[in-house]
Design a protein around this ligand. Structure first.
Ligand SMILES: Cc1cc2nc3c(=O)[nH]c(=O)nc-3n(C[C@H](O)[C@H](O)[C@H](O)COP(=O)(O)OP(=O)(O)OC[C@H]3O[C@@H](n4cnc5c(N)ncnc54)[C@H](O)[C@@H]3O)c2cc1C
Length: 375
Protein backbone atom coordinates (compact mmCIF):
# COMPACT_ATOMS: atom_id res chain seq x y z
CA UNK A 1 0.00 0.00 0.00
CA UNK A 2 1.37 3.39 -0.95
CA UNK A 3 0.11 6.69 0.49
CA UNK A 4 0.51 10.06 -1.22
CA UNK A 5 1.12 13.28 0.72
CA UNK A 6 -2.59 14.01 1.04
CA UNK A 7 -3.55 10.59 2.34
CA UNK A 8 -4.65 9.01 -0.94
CA UNK A 9 -3.76 5.32 -0.76
CA UNK A 10 -2.77 3.29 -3.77
CA UNK A 11 -2.90 -0.50 -3.73
CA UNK A 12 0.44 -0.86 -5.56
CA UNK A 13 3.45 1.20 -6.63
CA UNK A 14 2.19 1.36 -10.21
CA UNK A 15 0.68 4.61 -11.50
CA UNK A 16 -2.95 5.15 -12.31
CA UNK A 17 -3.36 4.81 -16.08
CA UNK A 18 -5.81 7.09 -17.85
CA UNK A 19 -6.92 5.74 -21.23
CA UNK A 20 -7.64 8.63 -23.59
CA UNK A 21 -6.26 12.16 -23.76
CA UNK A 22 -9.46 14.01 -24.57
CA UNK A 23 -11.24 16.49 -22.36
CA UNK A 24 -12.30 13.68 -19.99
CA UNK A 25 -8.86 12.08 -19.69
CA UNK A 26 -7.08 15.40 -19.29
CA UNK A 27 -9.49 16.55 -16.57
CA UNK A 28 -9.02 13.23 -14.74
CA UNK A 29 -5.23 13.37 -15.09
CA UNK A 30 -5.17 16.87 -13.68
CA UNK A 31 -7.38 15.92 -10.73
CA UNK A 32 -5.18 12.91 -9.92
CA UNK A 33 -1.96 14.90 -10.17
CA UNK A 34 -3.41 17.43 -7.73
CA UNK A 35 -3.72 14.52 -5.29
CA UNK A 36 -0.06 13.65 -5.99
CA UNK A 37 -1.12 10.36 -7.51
CA UNK A 38 1.33 9.17 -10.19
CA UNK A 39 -0.45 9.18 -13.55
CA UNK A 40 0.28 8.00 -17.07
CA UNK A 41 -2.10 8.88 -19.91
CA UNK A 42 -2.23 6.54 -22.92
CA UNK A 43 -3.59 8.04 -26.13
CA UNK A 44 -4.17 6.22 -29.40
CA UNK A 45 -3.93 9.36 -31.51
CA UNK A 46 -1.01 11.60 -32.27
CA UNK A 47 -1.98 14.48 -29.97
CA UNK A 48 -3.72 15.07 -26.64
CA UNK A 49 -6.79 16.64 -28.23
CA UNK A 50 -9.27 13.81 -27.95
CA UNK A 51 -11.53 13.26 -30.93
CA UNK A 52 -11.81 16.91 -31.83
CA UNK A 53 -9.29 16.82 -34.73
CA UNK A 54 -11.42 14.08 -36.31
CA UNK A 55 -14.81 15.79 -36.18
CA UNK A 56 -16.23 17.30 -39.39
CA UNK A 57 -14.63 20.47 -40.70
CA UNK A 58 -17.44 22.92 -39.95
CA UNK A 59 -18.15 21.76 -36.40
CA UNK A 60 -18.24 24.39 -33.70
CA UNK A 61 -18.55 23.81 -29.99
CA UNK A 62 -22.24 24.19 -29.19
CA UNK A 63 -21.40 25.74 -25.86
CA UNK A 64 -19.98 29.29 -25.97
CA UNK A 65 -16.56 30.17 -24.58
CA UNK A 66 -18.10 31.23 -21.25
CA UNK A 67 -19.27 27.65 -20.64
CA UNK A 68 -16.38 25.74 -22.19
CA UNK A 69 -13.35 26.23 -19.96
CA UNK A 70 -11.90 23.25 -18.19
CA UNK A 71 -10.14 23.18 -14.84
CA UNK A 72 -6.71 24.78 -15.14
CA UNK A 73 -7.11 26.84 -18.28
CA UNK A 74 -9.54 29.51 -19.38
CA UNK A 75 -10.88 29.34 -22.89
CA UNK A 76 -9.84 32.74 -24.20
CA UNK A 77 -11.79 35.20 -26.30
CA UNK A 78 -15.28 36.64 -26.42
CA UNK A 79 -17.33 34.69 -23.84
CA UNK A 80 -20.28 34.55 -26.26
CA UNK A 81 -18.27 33.07 -29.13
CA UNK A 82 -18.71 29.45 -30.29
CA UNK A 83 -15.21 28.03 -30.84
CA UNK A 84 -14.38 26.09 -33.99
CA UNK A 85 -13.30 22.44 -34.01
CA UNK A 86 -9.65 23.39 -34.50
CA UNK A 87 -9.77 25.94 -31.69
CA UNK A 88 -11.07 23.27 -29.31
CA UNK A 89 -8.30 20.87 -30.40
CA UNK A 90 -5.68 23.61 -29.87
CA UNK A 91 -7.15 24.48 -26.49
CA UNK A 92 -6.95 20.85 -25.33
CA UNK A 93 -3.35 20.55 -26.52
CA UNK A 94 -2.42 23.72 -24.65
CA UNK A 95 -4.16 22.43 -21.54
CA UNK A 96 -2.30 19.11 -21.83
CA UNK A 97 1.03 20.94 -22.06
CA UNK A 98 0.42 22.45 -18.61
CA UNK A 99 -0.22 19.10 -16.90
CA UNK A 100 2.55 17.54 -14.81
CA UNK A 101 1.74 14.07 -16.14
CA UNK A 102 3.22 11.75 -18.75
CA UNK A 103 1.07 11.54 -21.88
CA UNK A 104 2.04 8.72 -24.23
CA UNK A 105 0.59 9.24 -27.71
CA UNK A 106 0.40 6.74 -30.61
CA UNK A 107 -0.52 4.15 -27.98
CA UNK A 108 -3.76 2.26 -28.42
CA UNK A 109 -4.88 -0.16 -25.70
CA UNK A 110 -6.74 -3.13 -27.17
CA UNK A 111 -6.86 -5.29 -24.02
CA UNK A 112 -6.36 -5.30 -20.26
CA UNK A 113 -5.88 -8.03 -17.70
CA UNK A 114 -5.67 -8.19 -13.93
CA UNK A 115 -2.62 -9.55 -12.09
CA UNK A 116 -3.12 -9.61 -8.35
CA UNK A 117 -3.79 -6.06 -7.19
CA UNK A 118 -2.64 -4.52 -10.44
CA UNK A 119 -4.13 -4.12 -13.86
CA UNK A 120 -1.92 -4.60 -16.91
CA UNK A 121 -2.85 -2.58 -19.99
CA UNK A 122 -1.46 -4.09 -23.18
CA UNK A 123 -0.87 -1.85 -26.19
CA UNK A 124 -1.31 -2.82 -29.81
CA UNK A 125 2.49 -2.94 -30.26
CA UNK A 126 2.85 -5.29 -27.30
CA UNK A 127 3.98 -2.88 -24.56
CA UNK A 128 2.56 -3.52 -21.10
CA UNK A 129 1.63 -0.80 -18.59
CA UNK A 130 1.01 -1.95 -15.00
CA UNK A 131 -1.62 0.16 -13.27
CA UNK A 132 -2.82 0.60 -9.72
CA UNK A 133 -6.06 1.87 -11.19
CA UNK A 134 -7.63 2.68 -14.55
CA UNK A 135 -9.54 5.77 -15.60
CA UNK A 136 -11.41 4.83 -18.77
CA UNK A 137 -11.74 8.14 -20.61
CA UNK A 138 -11.75 6.82 -24.15
CA UNK A 139 -14.91 8.53 -25.37
CA UNK A 140 -17.16 7.03 -27.99
CA UNK A 141 -16.11 8.53 -31.31
CA UNK A 142 -14.13 5.43 -32.32
CA UNK A 143 -17.25 3.29 -31.82
CA UNK A 144 -19.93 4.68 -34.16
CA UNK A 145 -23.35 3.07 -33.90
CA UNK A 146 -24.32 1.67 -37.30
CA UNK A 147 -27.86 0.24 -37.47
CA UNK A 148 -28.24 -2.53 -40.02
CA UNK A 149 -30.97 -2.12 -42.65
CA UNK A 150 -32.64 -4.89 -44.65
CA UNK A 151 -30.92 -5.18 -48.02
CA UNK A 152 -28.01 -2.89 -47.23
CA UNK A 153 -25.50 -5.41 -48.56
CA UNK A 154 -26.97 -4.86 -52.01
CA UNK A 155 -26.68 -1.06 -51.86
CA UNK A 156 -24.62 0.24 -54.74
CA UNK A 157 -24.35 3.76 -53.35
CA UNK A 158 -22.27 4.96 -50.43
CA UNK A 159 -23.26 4.03 -46.85
CA UNK A 160 -21.16 5.90 -44.28
CA UNK A 161 -21.37 6.97 -40.68
CA UNK A 162 -21.15 10.68 -39.96
CA UNK A 163 -17.91 9.90 -38.06
CA UNK A 164 -16.32 9.52 -41.52
CA UNK A 165 -17.90 12.69 -42.94
CA UNK A 166 -15.66 15.76 -43.30
CA UNK A 167 -17.38 18.28 -45.60
CA UNK A 168 -20.07 18.43 -48.31
CA UNK A 169 -17.80 18.69 -51.37
CA UNK A 170 -17.67 14.96 -52.27
CA UNK A 171 -21.49 14.91 -52.33
CA UNK A 172 -22.00 17.71 -54.88
CA UNK A 173 -24.84 16.84 -57.25
CA UNK A 174 -25.78 13.68 -55.38
CA UNK A 175 -29.06 12.41 -53.95
CA UNK A 176 -28.26 12.03 -50.25
CA UNK A 177 -30.24 10.69 -47.30
CA UNK A 178 -29.10 11.65 -43.83
CA UNK A 179 -30.40 9.34 -41.09
CA UNK A 180 -30.92 10.81 -37.62
CA UNK A 181 -32.72 13.47 -35.63
CA UNK A 182 -29.95 15.07 -33.60
CA UNK A 183 -27.47 17.90 -33.99
CA UNK A 184 -25.07 16.11 -36.33
CA UNK A 185 -27.89 15.05 -38.63
CA UNK A 186 -29.26 18.60 -38.78
CA UNK A 187 -25.88 20.25 -39.28
CA UNK A 188 -24.72 17.84 -41.97
CA UNK A 189 -28.05 17.93 -43.84
CA UNK A 190 -27.96 21.72 -43.67
CA UNK A 191 -24.49 22.11 -45.11
CA UNK A 192 -25.10 19.48 -47.80
CA UNK A 193 -28.28 21.17 -48.97
CA UNK A 194 -26.76 23.86 -51.26
CA UNK A 195 -24.80 21.18 -53.13
CA UNK A 196 -26.92 18.02 -52.99
CA UNK A 197 -30.57 16.98 -52.88
CA UNK A 198 -31.06 16.01 -49.26
CA UNK A 199 -33.71 14.20 -47.25
CA UNK A 200 -33.52 13.64 -43.52
CA UNK A 201 -34.86 10.17 -42.57
CA UNK A 202 -36.09 10.01 -38.98
CA UNK A 203 -37.67 7.57 -36.55
CA UNK A 204 -39.05 10.38 -34.39
CA UNK A 205 -40.27 13.90 -35.07
CA UNK A 206 -37.59 16.60 -34.93
CA UNK A 207 -37.51 18.66 -31.77
CA UNK A 208 -35.56 21.89 -31.48
CA UNK A 209 -34.26 23.93 -28.60
CA UNK A 210 -33.15 27.44 -29.43
CA UNK A 211 -29.46 28.23 -29.08
CA UNK A 212 -30.39 31.52 -27.41
CA UNK A 213 -33.32 32.32 -25.12
CA UNK A 214 -34.03 35.90 -23.97
CA UNK A 215 -30.65 36.98 -25.29
CA UNK A 216 -28.65 34.33 -23.44
CA UNK A 217 -27.19 31.06 -24.64
CA UNK A 218 -29.19 27.97 -23.66
CA UNK A 219 -26.23 26.82 -21.52
CA UNK A 220 -26.85 29.80 -19.23
CA UNK A 221 -30.38 28.55 -18.62
CA UNK A 222 -29.32 24.91 -18.26
CA UNK A 223 -26.90 25.95 -15.54
CA UNK A 224 -29.11 28.53 -13.81
CA UNK A 225 -32.07 26.16 -13.64
CA UNK A 226 -29.87 23.29 -12.46
CA UNK A 227 -31.05 21.17 -15.41
CA UNK A 228 -27.51 20.21 -16.44
CA UNK A 229 -26.86 18.70 -13.01
CA UNK A 230 -30.08 16.73 -12.70
CA UNK A 231 -29.55 13.01 -12.24
CA UNK A 232 -29.88 11.26 -15.59
CA UNK A 233 -32.89 9.22 -14.49
CA UNK A 234 -34.86 12.43 -13.96
CA UNK A 235 -34.39 13.51 -17.55
CA UNK A 236 -36.83 10.96 -18.90
CA UNK A 237 -39.49 12.53 -16.73
CA UNK A 238 -38.80 15.99 -18.15
CA UNK A 239 -38.05 15.46 -21.79
CA UNK A 240 -38.47 12.87 -24.50
CA UNK A 241 -36.54 12.17 -27.69
CA UNK A 242 -33.67 13.84 -29.51
CA UNK A 243 -33.11 17.55 -29.34
CA UNK A 244 -31.49 19.77 -31.93
CA UNK A 245 -29.77 22.95 -30.82
CA UNK A 246 -30.44 24.87 -33.99
CA UNK A 247 -27.10 26.65 -34.32
CA UNK A 248 -27.07 26.57 -38.12
CA UNK A 249 -30.58 27.75 -39.03
CA UNK A 250 -31.83 24.31 -39.98
CA UNK A 251 -35.42 25.15 -39.10
CA UNK A 252 -35.33 27.87 -41.75
CA UNK A 253 -33.80 25.46 -44.27
CA UNK A 254 -36.73 23.10 -43.60
CA UNK A 255 -39.24 25.94 -43.81
CA UNK A 256 -37.76 26.96 -47.18
CA UNK A 257 -38.30 23.40 -48.41
CA UNK A 258 -34.62 22.96 -49.28
CA UNK A 259 -34.42 19.76 -47.19
CA UNK A 260 -37.38 17.49 -46.54
CA UNK A 261 -37.99 15.13 -43.63
CA UNK A 262 -39.42 11.66 -44.14
CA UNK A 263 -40.20 8.74 -41.84
CA UNK A 264 -37.36 6.23 -41.73
CA UNK A 265 -36.96 4.06 -44.84
CA UNK A 266 -37.63 0.34 -44.45
CA UNK A 267 -34.95 -1.14 -46.70
CA UNK A 268 -32.13 -0.51 -49.13
CA UNK A 269 -32.14 -2.33 -52.42
CA UNK A 270 -29.48 -2.00 -55.13
CA UNK A 271 -29.34 1.64 -56.15
CA UNK A 272 -32.57 2.44 -54.30
CA UNK A 273 -34.03 3.21 -50.94
CA UNK A 274 -37.44 1.78 -50.04
CA UNK A 275 -39.53 4.36 -48.19
CA UNK A 276 -42.11 3.41 -45.56
CA UNK A 277 -44.97 3.97 -48.05
CA UNK A 278 -43.40 1.47 -50.47
CA UNK A 279 -42.01 4.10 -52.83
CA UNK A 280 -38.56 3.27 -54.23
CA UNK A 281 -36.14 6.02 -55.01
CA UNK A 282 -32.63 6.15 -56.40
CA UNK A 283 -30.02 7.27 -53.86
CA UNK A 284 -26.31 7.99 -54.18
CA UNK A 285 -25.33 8.17 -50.52
CA UNK A 286 -26.77 7.39 -47.09
CA UNK A 287 -25.08 9.12 -44.15
CA UNK A 288 -25.82 7.66 -40.72
CA UNK A 289 -25.95 10.27 -37.97
CA UNK A 290 -27.03 7.55 -35.58
CA UNK A 291 -24.79 8.19 -32.64
CA UNK A 292 -21.99 6.38 -30.87
CA UNK A 293 -21.44 3.83 -28.13
CA UNK A 294 -18.69 3.92 -25.50
CA UNK A 295 -15.28 2.82 -26.89
CA UNK A 296 -14.37 0.39 -24.15
CA UNK A 297 -13.39 -2.77 -26.03
CA UNK A 298 -10.10 -2.92 -24.10
CA UNK A 299 -12.07 -3.72 -20.92
CA UNK A 300 -13.97 -6.67 -22.42
CA UNK A 301 -11.38 -9.35 -21.52
CA UNK A 302 -11.35 -7.96 -17.98
CA UNK A 303 -15.07 -8.72 -17.62
CA UNK A 304 -16.00 -5.11 -16.88
CA UNK A 305 -18.64 -4.83 -19.63
CA UNK A 306 -22.07 -6.27 -20.20
CA UNK A 307 -22.74 -8.46 -23.27
CA UNK A 308 -23.55 -5.34 -25.33
CA UNK A 309 -20.20 -3.73 -24.49
CA UNK A 310 -21.66 -1.21 -22.03
CA UNK A 311 -19.75 -0.61 -18.80
CA UNK A 312 -21.12 -2.02 -15.55
CA UNK A 313 -20.94 0.94 -13.20
CA UNK A 314 -22.73 3.24 -10.84
CA UNK A 315 -22.07 6.91 -11.49
CA UNK A 316 -18.76 6.09 -13.19
CA UNK A 317 -17.46 3.68 -10.54
CA UNK A 318 -17.05 0.14 -11.85
CA UNK A 319 -19.23 -2.39 -10.09
CA UNK A 320 -17.00 -5.24 -11.28
CA UNK A 321 -13.44 -4.06 -10.54
CA UNK A 322 -12.05 -2.10 -7.62
CA UNK A 323 -9.85 0.69 -9.02
CA UNK A 324 -11.62 1.01 -12.38
CA UNK A 325 -13.55 4.21 -13.04
CA UNK A 326 -15.11 5.91 -16.06
CA UNK A 327 -15.12 9.58 -17.04
CA UNK A 328 -17.13 11.24 -19.79
CA UNK A 329 -19.82 8.63 -20.34
CA UNK A 330 -22.94 10.17 -21.73
CA UNK A 331 -25.42 10.59 -18.85
CA UNK A 332 -22.85 9.14 -16.45
CA UNK A 333 -24.35 11.26 -13.73
CA UNK A 334 -26.24 14.04 -15.43
CA UNK A 335 -27.15 15.74 -18.69
CA UNK A 336 -23.75 17.49 -18.82
CA UNK A 337 -21.50 14.56 -17.90
CA UNK A 338 -19.53 14.59 -21.15
CA UNK A 339 -19.21 18.29 -21.81
CA UNK A 340 -16.33 20.65 -21.01
CA UNK A 341 -18.78 22.76 -19.04
CA UNK A 342 -19.38 19.83 -16.73
CA UNK A 343 -15.67 19.53 -15.91
CA UNK A 344 -15.51 23.17 -14.94
CA UNK A 345 -18.68 23.00 -12.89
CA UNK A 346 -17.42 19.94 -11.01
CA UNK A 347 -14.29 21.87 -10.09
CA UNK A 348 -16.26 24.93 -8.96
CA UNK A 349 -18.71 23.01 -6.79
CA UNK A 350 -16.07 20.61 -5.44
CA UNK A 351 -18.28 17.62 -6.23
CA UNK A 352 -16.67 14.30 -5.39
CA UNK A 353 -16.23 11.24 -7.54
CA UNK A 354 -19.16 9.24 -6.23
CA UNK A 355 -22.07 9.54 -8.55
CA UNK A 356 -25.81 9.61 -8.53
CA UNK A 357 -26.77 7.78 -11.69
CA UNK A 358 -29.18 5.16 -10.55
CA UNK A 359 -28.18 2.63 -13.14
CA UNK A 360 -25.54 -0.01 -13.62
CA UNK A 361 -25.12 0.55 -17.30
CA UNK A 362 -24.32 3.39 -19.62
CA UNK A 363 -27.72 3.76 -21.11
CA UNK A 364 -29.48 7.08 -21.29
CA UNK A 365 -32.77 6.90 -19.45
CA UNK A 366 -35.50 5.90 -21.83
CA UNK A 367 -36.75 8.88 -23.74
CA UNK A 368 -33.98 11.17 -22.54
CA UNK A 369 -32.62 13.85 -24.85
CA UNK A 370 -29.44 11.94 -25.60
CA UNK A 371 -28.97 13.02 -29.16
CA UNK A 372 -28.28 16.67 -28.74
CA UNK A 373 -24.58 16.01 -28.50
CA UNK A 374 -23.68 12.72 -30.01
CA UNK A 375 -25.92 12.01 -32.97
C1 LIG B 1 -19.73 15.38 -33.60
C2 LIG B 1 -19.68 15.71 -32.12
C3 LIG B 1 -19.85 17.03 -31.72
C4 LIG B 1 -19.79 17.37 -30.38
N1 LIG B 1 -19.95 18.66 -30.04
C5 LIG B 1 -19.90 19.01 -28.75
C6 LIG B 1 -20.04 20.37 -28.36
O1 LIG B 1 -20.20 21.23 -29.19
N2 LIG B 1 -19.98 20.67 -27.04
C7 LIG B 1 -19.78 19.71 -26.11
O2 LIG B 1 -19.72 20.04 -24.93
N3 LIG B 1 -19.66 18.43 -26.44
C8 LIG B 1 -19.71 18.06 -27.72
N4 LIG B 1 -19.59 16.75 -28.06
C9 LIG B 1 -19.55 15.77 -26.97
C10 LIG B 1 -18.21 15.70 -26.23
O3 LIG B 1 -17.86 16.92 -25.64
C11 LIG B 1 -17.14 15.31 -27.19
O4 LIG B 1 -17.49 14.08 -27.77
C12 LIG B 1 -15.79 15.14 -26.53
O5 LIG B 1 -14.83 14.92 -27.52
C13 LIG B 1 -15.77 14.01 -25.52
O6 LIG B 1 -14.53 14.05 -24.85
P1 LIG B 1 -13.90 12.74 -24.26
O7 LIG B 1 -12.56 13.12 -23.72
O8 LIG B 1 -14.85 12.09 -23.33
O9 LIG B 1 -13.75 11.77 -25.50
P2 LIG B 1 -12.86 11.96 -26.84
O10 LIG B 1 -12.72 13.37 -27.23
O11 LIG B 1 -13.46 11.02 -27.80
O12 LIG B 1 -11.44 11.44 -26.36
C14 LIG B 1 -11.19 10.08 -26.14
C15 LIG B 1 -9.74 9.80 -26.49
O13 LIG B 1 -9.48 8.45 -26.18
C16 LIG B 1 -8.66 7.90 -27.19
N5 LIG B 1 -8.89 6.47 -27.20
C17 LIG B 1 -10.02 5.80 -27.49
N6 LIG B 1 -9.85 4.47 -27.33
C18 LIG B 1 -8.57 4.30 -26.94
C19 LIG B 1 -7.79 3.15 -26.64
N7 LIG B 1 -8.30 1.92 -26.70
N8 LIG B 1 -6.49 3.33 -26.28
C20 LIG B 1 -5.95 4.58 -26.21
N9 LIG B 1 -6.66 5.72 -26.49
C21 LIG B 1 -7.94 5.56 -26.84
C22 LIG B 1 -9.13 8.58 -28.46
O14 LIG B 1 -8.11 8.56 -29.45
C23 LIG B 1 -9.46 9.98 -27.98
O15 LIG B 1 -8.37 10.85 -28.15
C24 LIG B 1 -19.60 16.38 -29.40
C25 LIG B 1 -19.42 15.06 -29.81
C26 LIG B 1 -19.45 14.73 -31.16
C27 LIG B 1 -19.24 13.28 -31.56
Amino acid sequence: MRASSNGFQSRTDAPVVVVGAGQSGLAAARALSELNVPVVVLEAGDSPAGSWPHYYDSLRLFSPVAYSSMPGRLFSGDPGRYPTRDEVADYLEQLAATLPVEIVTHTRVPTTRQEGREFVLVTDDGREFPAAGIVAASGSFSNPHRPVFPGQESLTGELVHVAEYRNPLPYAGMRVIVVGAGDSAAQVANELSPLARVTLAVRHPLRFIPQRIAGKDVHYWLRETGFDSLPAVWLSKLSEGSLITDSVGFQQTLADGVVDVRPMFTALHGARVVWSNGERERVDAVILATGYRPSLGYLRDLGALDPDGAPLHIGGISTTHLGLVYVGLEYQRSFASNTPARSERRRRCGCGAAGGLDSRRTRPPSGSPRSNRLH
